[in-house]
Ligand binder design. Structure first.
Ligand code: IPD
Ligand code: CA
Length: 297
């Protein structure tokens, strides 16, 4: 199993980025909090729902409004950084840092008022989306309804800021047995990918304690970090779905990886996360099932 030490040298933060880490962490928390307040407090009667990649892939006026706020605030606080968001807008930068933004992760839950959606922000280095070519260095995932913010900074741990402002340090659950593992997952928006994901699930479900499909990849990753689930996997995530929670997981001591199964980086084909003690059983299973059922999707 490879570790952070095996990352390409180009993904080691430069001295300039290292010096900026405390500021990046502060900005991530402050901007995620401001966007979460907007999403919680300004829900319009008409959400202006339209669709994107398929009839089930929704976007509301609040997704765009939250992203607009994030882009505006990052422009004020970190004008030289680039921004890559799920919705319209974003901009190039000159600092070598890109903010990867999901203004509402769990839009379907937001629409139905199921209380599991989040604002996710991560400052990353490298090229977001290029397999093995980028890594988050500071992030915040704001659970909008619970009023909690998961946050992490490279080499400084992962934390949950409670509504009263106190911080709780996160540590992935020490879980060893696959057949008693509670595993979170999610499904994409294309019907053909969902059919493949269902076939994978048919084989996985009898081998684990149970499955949870809560509807926000960002929060699923944070739940691995806080020990609320033992593991998570999903195919077809975009960088904005996973960037914030990826760092929260690794800073909480969990492993995160992709199809290669070596814990080096998640990729478009697969994101998995689990405690190191579960990895020897969980990772080969989920990478093999993904290779069998999701190849070429
Ligand atoms: C989705 C959620 C969901 C996951 C999907 C994502 P969105 O993001 O994270 O849990 O299963 O793959 O696309 O569309 O709500 O931002
Ligand atoms: Ca998302």
């Amino acid at each position: 199993m490879s570790t952070a030490a095996d990352r390409p040298a180009s993904l080691d933060p430069s001295p300039g980025v290292r010096a900026a880490l405390p500021e990046l962490a502060r900005v991530a928390i402050d901007v995620a909090r401001a966007a979460a307040r907007l999403v919680a407090g300004e829900r319009p009667r008409d959400l202006g729902v339209t669709t994107k990649s398929s009839r089930t892939d929704l976007v509301t006026v609040m997704d765009q409004a939250a992203q607009d706020l994030v882009v505006r605030e990052l422009g004020r606080l970190r004008p030289a950084d680039a921004v890559l968001g799920e919705e319209q807008g974003g901009r190039p930068g000159t600092s070598g840092i890109t903010w990867v933004v999901d203004p509402i992760d769990g839009t379907t839950n937001f629409l139905y008022e199921v209380p599991a959606y989040a604002v996710s922000l991560a400052a990353v280095i490298g090229t977001p989306g290029e397999p093995g070519g980028w890594v988050p260095v500071a992030s915040a995932v704001a659970d909008v309804v619970a009023g909690k913010i998961f946050h992490a900074c490279r080499d400084a741990g992962a934390w949950r800021r409670e509504p009263d402002g106190s911080d709780t340090r996160l540590s992935a659950r020490d879980s060893g047995e696959l057949d008693t593992a509670l595993v979170a997952t999610g499904f994409g928006y294309s019907a053909s990918r969902r059919a493949q994901q269902a076939r994978l699930l048919v084989e996985l479900l009898p081998r684990v304690r149970d499955i949870r499909r809560m509807g926000s990849a960002a929060l699923d990753l944070c739940r691995v970090a806080s020990g609320e689930v033992d593991a998570y996997y999903e195919s077809g995530l975009n960088p904005w779905d996973l960037a914030g929670g990826w760092l929260v997981c690794t800073e909480a001591g969990a492993l995160v990886g992709g199809r290669r199964g070596d814990g080096s980086a998640p990729d478009e084909g697969l994101t998995w996360a689990c405690a190191p003690t579960l990895a020897p059983a969980f990772v080969p299973l989920v990478t093999n099932l993904t290779a069998r059922h999701l190849a070429g999707s």
